[in-house]
Write a protein of this length. Structure first.
Length: 451
């Protein structure tokens, strides 16, 4: 990285940042309290609150949000008349999945091959550290030129909307001229990228019932309606032969006209096995940024080990539908439910329960804040021009903030580049990306204040 005082300061802070990220990763802060202790999430929230207090933030508070989790808020005043910037990250994480599949313990930050491994290292506890590093670098080099609001969400990964509802009930709390969402990622390591669009999401729980109880498959199989077989048929109806998503009434033909995703690079990033085809049609960017995508997240049925020769009376599945910009998530959810009901065979009883929803998001990339970020990233990543990309994931809070504060500019950056493998086993963060993005954010705040 080219030498400048901010970059030099961030570089000097990196050993301490690693130690802090290790402390934060150690909390098993999955906001699913049926699986993980509430105390772990509360401990992570207190860690963030203590860090803000140590940095001189005022009004630091643990906000009890309507979904039963806590978000952490703090305010750091800047010069009189300065602009206000809201910095966002979340401290909750996805479950570690199969801990045996991790090469090192998921809640123990471990350095390996130049990366730091641990659940939440990139998504999004690393985002908390990124914001802190940027602020510390500015404090050491002339001061922070804007008012800063900091919000760390406690249930983003669950999609339960706690902070969204809290913000709607307290609309003055998060007002800002610009909002920096630290929960996205570069298109690839070393290529500075802002995320211009996000797909929204609808998540439903589907239950199919056919019998009063399980039956012997030899005595009744062949005539007794099998709930698991019925569920499989329903789920299969959500995809065409090529794997494209097919929800009745939901268009799936949009195209992406920005940065393209090379198919071979995608195969590498996604770790697609040799000989296995990608699904869908159109470009990769079309498929993951501009079109809907359905995913079966889980099925409740007997495991293979211990299964009995039975016709199943009931079966359940959790289904996610990613919704591209331009499509209303609530309308997509209605179409998904109607499709499931229409395609349930044999008169089986089916119930569809919505368990999560978030609207898609599209940013105004012509705003002054984007110019300030482009200039900052050009310094943090010498020789590289800032790119605009989409992201297939959802951050429901973005639309809530855009609705509450229509004049605010919203930028999405972060540490979740493809090698980070967020939500999978062996999640990791690149310390070089953490360093460069912290520099970029610090320089952005300085550039933006001068506009």
């Amino acid at each position: 990285m080219s030498s400048n005082p901010v970059a030099e300061t961030v570089a000097s802070l990196m050993p301490g940042a690693r130690a802090e990220l290790a402390e934060l990763v150690a909390f098993r802060s999955v906001a699913d309290f049926d699986q993980f202790p509430r105390s772990e999430s509360e401990g992570a929230a207190r860690w963030v609150a203590d860090a803000l207090t140590a940095e001189g933030f005022e009004d630091v508070a643990l906000l009890d949000t309507p979904d039963g989790t806590q978000s952490v808020y703090g305010y750091l005043p800047g010069p009189e008349g300065a602009k206000t910037v809201l910095l966002y990250a979340h401290y909750d994480v996805q479950p570690p999945l199969d801990e045996a599949g991790w090469s090192t313990p998921p809640f123990e930050l471990t350095e390996r091959d130049g990366r730091w491994y641990g659940r939440g290292a990139a998504d999004c506890k690393g985002g908390v550290i990124m914001h802190l590093l940027a602020l510390r670098a500015l404090k050491a080099n002339g001061g922070i030129p804007v008012h800063v609001k900091f919000i760390a969400e406690g249930s983003e990964e669950q999609g339960t909307g706690g902070l969204e509802r809290y913000a709607e009930e307290h609309p003055d709390l998060l007002t800002a001229d610009t909002i920096v969402i630290g929960d996205a990622g570069n298109f690839r390591t070393g290529l500075p990228t802002v995320t211009a669009t996000l797909r929204g999401m609808s998540m439903v729980r589907v239950q199919v019932d056919t019998l009063g109880g399980n039956l012997h498959s030899g005595q009744f199989g062949g005539a007794a309606p099998d709930a698991l077989a019925a569920l499989i048929r329903v789920l299969d109806s959500l995809r065409a032969k090529d794997g494209s998503t097919t929800v009745d009434g939901l268009t799936s033909e949009a195209s992406w006209d920005g940065l393209q995703y090379d198919e071979e690079q995608f195969r590498t990033d996604a770790k697609v096995l040799d000989g296995v085809e990608l699904i869908g049609d159109g470009t990769v960017a079309d498929r993951i940024w501009a079109r809907p995508a359905v995913t079966v997240l889980g099925i409740d049925c007997p495991p293979v080990v211990g299964a009995t020769p039975s016709v199943q009376a009931s079966a359940r599945a959790l289904v996610s539908l990613r919704v591209p910009p331009g499509v209303d998530a609530a309308e997509a959810n209605k179409l998904l439910q109607a499709h499931i009901e229409a395609h349930t065979p044999w008169g089986a009883r089916v119930s569809v329960e919505q368990v999560g929803q978030g609207q898609p998001f599209s940013a105004d990339t012509t705003s002054p804040a984007y110019a300030a970020m482009a200039e900052a990233m050009a310094v943090a990543y010498p020789g590289q021009e800032m790119q605009y990309a989409g992201q297939g994931g959802s951050i429901p809070l973005c639309n809530t903030l855009a609705s509450l504060y229509p004049r605010a500019e919203i930028l999405l950056i972060g540490l979740s580049e493809p090698e980070a493998q967020i939500h999978a086993v062996n999640e990791s963060v690149s310390p070089e990306e953490l360093e460069r993005l912290s520099v970029a954010e610090a320089l952005f705040l300085r550039n933006y204040a001068a506009m």
